[in-house]
Structure formats: structure tokens, C-alpha cells
Design a protein around this ligand. Structure first.
Ligand SMILES: [Zn+2]
Length: 403
């Protein structure tokens, strides 16, 4: 299909054969592409020039009509670098922090973990593992080549340790009570072999808790800013549960969490499979994919027109939330000076620049000088927190949430 003239440069929607499914080897189907996106979206840079010189990759969203999995067919692992300035934590936000702690205490209540070993694959800075150990009295072992435990209390629960290695390099670990794998599988292209590596390190009989972003909401809302080069694999409830079962694991919990932004699945090989848990069928998912096509086009046009209108009126727009979503939005739409800056409450991000476009990240306090006319909130979950913050500064801009 020819790119529509109203789409941003480099953006295309299509519907044709594309490669094969990474998990079931059925021919794939291409849906959507962006020619140039930062290879890693959630990295911030010291200077605008560095940010604009970030290695670029491509996004080619493809799906398997048989199992429903989606993936970035242009994913290039060699381009992804989580070590340099990678900042995946959102824990400066009270909203996020309280959700993290609530999830940890819920898991602590459901599982008897006191004195037991919990292994988290892809633990990042270890905030969730520390919270889970504190709530349950467990011992924690975080495995992540980009782990940095600078901010967590290593004495949480029965103590925390970190191994800065890929799970494939880890020698088998005895007596693991629970494996946690949060926001990690989406960064892996060959998810089948990756799960086998986890099971080799922690035993295939160990219960496993998985959390990944839910693509369903992205599809139905046309949230194109939530698609990234470094997200190699995308899941819906249906495709996640079908994949886990195809790996020979039973499923006992399958739910949407975090205001339908994430999926959570629990698999205990020692208990029977709850076959009621099915998620979307591949047919239902195809309908959601059709919705993405229309919703994303509408959303691109709407956001562009809003930003252009504010600029034409001599007004100032800012984004709130300097994470991957901001990068995705700015880069896909090719936004330059229609957005003055990106606000973030994490002081570590202040003064840095967004990958690809180089937009400056500012602390909320700087808005008192900028006096924005429009605050575009990247995640509606934080709208109340942000409104209160703006009000406390005596500011009353128009606030629009993207999703
Ligand atoms: Zn498949």
C-alpha cells in the first residue's frame, strides 16, 4: 500500500506477508512501519547533539495470524544498548511506586516466600525485587546484565543479591521458590529459547510470574507511541497464554493489571492448568489490529493538529513524562519546535535530552518560567498527580492525556 500523504514521513500502514513467526514458524503478516526510530528509546543524553546522533533502527510491526504473537521484524539486537545511561525506573512517581508496592504485597500474600529464594530475571534496579522481599521475608536474587542496585536496600527481606550476567551464563541455582520476569520478555526476540534458559538456570518445575506490556490497549487506542525498536516481541492476553502453553507450562492466573496497560501471568508446573483462561482468540485479535490501523492514523492527525494549532497561536506546548512514550511520540510524528520541552519528576533526568529529537528534559519547577499553554500527558495514570503539581505552581494550562 502506498503511504498516505497525510502520514508523517517514514510511517506506513500495510497488510502483506512478512517473514515467519518467531515461535510457531507460520508466515507472518506486516502491519505498520516507521523507517527511522531510536534503537533504544528509553536512553537519555547529556547533549542535544548526542541525542540526535543516537543509532537509529526501524520498526516493522508484524503478526502471526495463527498464534497472535506480534514482533518487530526489524529488531536488531546489536543496536540495543542498555548500559549507556539507561534509565528504566519510574519509581520517582508516587503513583508508580505505590502500584509497585501493592503488587509486591499481593504476591507476598499469595505465596509463602518467607526465607525462600525468589529469582528475578531482568530486575533492572531491583526496586520490585526489594519490595517483594520486604513484603514477604524472601531472599532475592536479581539477574540482569544491566542491573544496578544503587538505590535499593540490600537488607530487604532476607537479603538481596545481584548477578550482572545474561541468564544464559548463569549456573543452575538450587531451591528457587519463584521466578519473576517483569518487563523483560518484550525485549527478547527468541522468547522460546530464552524461557528454556531461565528454566535451565532455575529448574523447569519452578513457578513463574510474568509481566509484560499489553498490546491490546495499544491496538484499540492506536497508541503508536508505545511501539519501539527495542521491543522485539509484543503480547496480548491470548498470544501470551497460547505461547506459555506451547512451551508445556500450565497457567493459573492471566489478567490485565496497571489500568489495563500490562499483562500478568502465573504458571506453576505443580498445579493443574486453568483452561478457562484463554484471552483473545486470533480472530478477535485480527479485529483489534484493524482498529489500530484507523485509530493510530486518527491519533497522529489529531496530535499533530493540536501541537500545530498551539504553535500557530504563539503558544507553548510541553510533554510530561520523559520515558519511551515521549520518544515514540516525538520521533514518529517528527516533532521539532512544536514542543518546547519534556517535563519529568525524576531529578536524574533533568537537563538530559530525548533520544532522536534532542528535546530537553526539565524539572516541573521550570514550567513556572515556560508557562505552557498545553501539557500533553504521556500516561493518563499520572493525570491527577500532574494536575496537582501544576496547580501547586499556580499554573492552569490545558492538560491533554494521550492515553
Ligand atoms: Zn505464531
Amino acid at each position: 500500500m502506498e503511504p498516505s500523504p497525510s502520514l508523517p514521513p517514514g510511517v506506513a500502514f500495510m497488510n502483506g506477508p512478512h517473514g515467519t513467526c518467531p515461535t510457531c514458524s507460520v508466515p507472518g503478516r506486516a502491519l505498520y512501519s516507521v523507517a527511522r526510530v531510536p534503537s533504544t528509546s528509553n536512553v537519555l543524553f547529556h547533549t542535544r547533539a548526542e541525542a540526535r546522533a543516537v543509532p537509529m533502527g526501524a520498526l516493522e510491526l508484524a503478526t502471526c495470524d495463527s498464534c497472535g504473537l506480534l514482533w518487530n521484524a526489524a529488531f536488531d539486537e546489536g543496536l540495543v544498548d542498555y548500559r549507556q545511561g539507561y534509565e528504566e525506573t519510574q519509581s520517582f512517581s508516587p503513583t508508580f511506586r505505590s502500584w509497585l508496592d501493592a503488587t509486591a504485597s499481593e504476591i507476598a500474600q499469595e505465596h509463602q516466600l518467607e526465607g525462600k529464594l525468589v529469582v528475578e530475571i531482568g530486575c533492572g534496579k531491583g526496586e520490585f525485587l526489594a519490595s517483594l522481599c520486604a513484603a514477604s521475608g524472601a531472599r532475592g536474587l536479581g539477574i540482569d546484565p544491566s542491573a544496578s542496585a544503587g538505590r535499593v536496600d540490600l537488607s530487604s527481606g532476607a537479603g538481596l543479591k545481584f548477578l550482572l550476567e545474561p541468564v544464559g551464563n548463569i549456573n543452575p541455582i538450587d531451591d528457587v521458590e519463584l521466578i519473576v520476569c517483569r518487563h523483560t520478555l518484550e525485549h527478547i526476540f527468541q522468547i522460546g529459547p530464552f524461557l528454556r534458559e531461565i528454566e535451565r538456570a532455575c529448574s523447569p518445575h519452578t513457578p513463574l510470574l510474568i509481566e509484560v506490556p499489553d498490546l491490546t490497549r495499544v491496538l484499540t487506542e492506536g497508541a503508536f507511541w508505545d511501539l519501539y525498536h527495542e521491543h522485539a516481541t509484543y503480547f496480548t492476553l491470548g498470544s501470551l497464554v497460547r505461547w506459555i502453553r506451547s512451551m508445556g507450562r500450565p497457567v493459573q492466573t492471566l489478567e490485565r493489571v496497571y489500568s489495563n496497560q500490562n499483562l500478568m501471568l502465573f504458571s506453576d508446573p505443580g498445579r493443574p492448568d486453568d483452561l478457562q483462561l484463554q484471552g483473545e482468540s486470533p480472530t478477535e485479535q485480527r479485529r483489534a489490529l484493524d482498529q489500530f490501523n484507523q485509530q493510530a492514523k486518527d491519533s497522529m492527525a489529531r496530535t499533530n493538529s493540536l501541537l500545530n494549532k498551539i504553535q500557530a497561536q504563539g503558544g507553548t506546548s510541553v510533554l510530561w513524562g520523559a520515558g519511551s512514550k515521549a520518544t515514540g511520540l516525538l520521533v514518529t510524528l517528527g516533532v521539532e519546535d512544536q514542543v518546547a520541552a519534556v517535563v519529568d519528576i525524576n531529578p536524574d533526568k533533568t537537563g538530559s535530552h530525548i533520544a532522536g529529537t534532542g528535546h530537553r528534559v526539565i524539572a516541573p519547577g521550570e514550567l513556572q518560567e515556560i508557562k505552557p499553554d498545553l501539557v500533553l500527558v504521556m500516561n493518563s495514570l499520572y493525570c491527577d498527580e500532574i494536575s496537582a503539581n501544576l496547580k501547586a505552581m499556580g499554573l492552569a494550562p490545558r492538560i491533554e492525556a494521550l492515553a
